[in-house]
Every structure is written in structure tokens, then in C-alpha cells.
Design a protein around this ligand. Structure first.
Ligand code: ADP
Length: 247
């Protein structure tokens, strides 16, 4: 797949909280069809940027475009419908529901009512089971999600995101708090899903994972990109060292 300019992009995106400019005129183009990483020190605005892009919060100004469509400030379900799925830094699963039902809820939270009423669509159940096999937790189908390890919950959340069949997947710290064996599995899954044509945008602190997995890295500092490029270039950029080390 070639790097097309028509993927996810922002122009001068800005969001303040009181006097803090969490995202500060950030203009970023992600590489469509690739694995993109967004890195930066704590407080550099990565999560706020993610939330603005996925409609969880409205930016103060600037634009977000996807596939040449303006999606700025659209509500999350509209952005999901445009083809962008996301996970959350602190996993969002329903702890008292079974693993299978969590996947069935997927991105369509409005299905929750049907599930509570005991109604399951057979084709959706089949798809959910396939996805549980895919992420490697099908043996836990009937377990309560709250009893899964944190890493398994991340895999469950990914299966839920895949229920919506998104073309672009945004993951907020997929390796955070996860044991090394499961980090390896999550990395392999991201690679496989990318090879099938899905674009990734991953916020991650685990530098080994970022450097081994990504095609393109964007580095944030104080709410805006300060460097970008392939991992080998970004890693050697003095501005990046300065941002991380504060020298
Ligand atoms: P990162 O994800 O890179 O750690 P964040 O986007 O979480 O960065 O935060 C960027 C800045 O915005 C920080 O200074 C943070 O304290 C501030 N911030 C983020 N969310 C809020 C909020 N809801 N209310 C007030 N300040 C916030």
C-alpha cells in the first residue's frame, strides 16, 4: 500500500483546559495504510489530541479530516461510522458481563439493551467468536470480563473495536500495564491487521514496541509535533532527546 495524503490529518488543532493549551495548533498527517505511533513526554497532549480526533471532546479550533472529509467535532459514533475505531488508555470493558457479550457490544453501545434482554444476533455471535479466536482469548468466552488479566482485557477491547470493522484503529497505550508475553501478542496482532490493510495510530510509552512496530513516528511536545519520521530518524533527533530529557 502506498502512503496516501488522504488519511487522517489535522490542521492547527487546538484545545485548552483553562489556561493550559493541551493541544496547541497541531498540524499532523498520518500515513494511511501504515502503523503510526504518537509519542511524547507525559502531559504533551497525546490523549487530548486522541480525544479531539475521535470526538470525545470538541477542539477549540482547527480541523480534523479523514479520507478528505471534515470530521471536526463530530460525535464519536459518527467518527466510528467514518471508519475510525479506538481503544482507551484505561481499558473500557463491562466487568460483570461475559467476554462474549463485551465483544457483541463492540462499538455499538446501543446494542447493550438487546443483550440485557437476552437477544443475540446469530451472525454477530459468530463474528464475535471469530474475533475472540483471533485475539487468542476464545477459551474465556463465558468468563466475566472483570476476571481477566489486564492484558487479556486489552485484547478483549481490541476484539470489540474490530467488531465495528474499522479501517483505521487508534490504540491508546496498548502495552501499558500488560505483561511482556501479551505485549508480544498485541504487537503481532497489530502487524497482522496492518498487513490486511488496516491503518494504525498508536499512543505508546513502551519505546521497544514503538521502535520495532511503527513505520512512522510523530513526536509531541507541549501540544504539538516537534519531529516525525521513521523510527531510526526520530530516535536520533536531538529535539526528541531534549523533549524527553528536558535538557
Ligand atoms: P499526555 O496524554 O501526553 O500525557 P494529556 O493530553 O493527558 O497529555 O495532557 C496534556 C495537558 O492537558 C496536561 O497539562 C494535562 O494536565 C492537561 N489536561 C488534560 N486533560 C485535562 C482536563 N480534562 N482538565 C484539565 N487539564 C487537562
Amino acid at each position: 500500500m502506498t502512503t496516501a495524503p488522504h488519511g487522517l490529518a489535522t490542521v492547527e488543532l487546538t484545545k485548552s483546559f483553562g489556561g493550559v493549551r493541551a493541544v496547541d495548533r497541531a498540524s499532523v498527517s498520518f500515513h494511511h495504510g501504515k502503523i503510526n505511533a504518537l509519542i511524547g513526554p507525559n502531559g504533551s497532549g497525546k490523549t487530548t489530541f486522541f480525544n479531539c480526533v475521535t470526538g470525545m471532546i470538541k477542539p477549540d479550533s482547527g480541523t480534523v479530516t479523514y479520507r478528505e472529509r471534515d470530521i471536526t467535532g463530530r460525535p464519536p459514533h459518527r467518527i466510528a461510522r467514518a471508519g475510525i475505531g479506538r481503544s482507551f488508555q484505561l481499558c473500557r470493558v463491562f466487568p460483570r458481563m461475559t467476554v462474549l457479550d463485551n465483544v457483541l457490544v463492540g462499538v455499538r453501545r446501543n446494542r447493550l439493551r438487546d443483550l440485557i434482554a437476552g437477544a443475540r444476533q446469530p451472525d454477530e455471535v459468530e463474528k464475535a467468536r471469530e474475533l475472540l479466536v483471533r485475539v487468542g482469548i476464545d477459551h474465556l468466552e463465558n468468563a466475566e470480563a472483570g476476571n481477566l488479566s489486564y492484558g487479556q482485557q486489552k485484547l478483549l477491547e481490541l476484539a470489540g473495536v474490530l467488531m465495528g470493522d474499522p479501517e483505521t484503529i487508534m490504540l491508546d497505550e496498548p502495552a501499558g500495564g500488560v505483561n511482556p508475553a501479551l505485549i508480544g501478542r498485541i504487537g503481532t496482532l497489530i502487524r497482522e491487521l496492518n498487513a490486511e490493510g488496516r491503518t494504525f495510530l498508536v499512543v505508546e510509552h513502551n519505546m521497544d514496541m514503538v521502535m520495532s512496530l511503527s513505520d512512522h513516528v510523530v513526536v509531541f511536545d507541549r501540544g504539538r509535533p516537534i519531529a516525525e519520521g521513521p523510527p531510526s530518524v526520530v530516535r536520533a533527533d536531538p529535539r526528541v532527546l531534549e523533549a524527553y530529557l528536558g535538557i
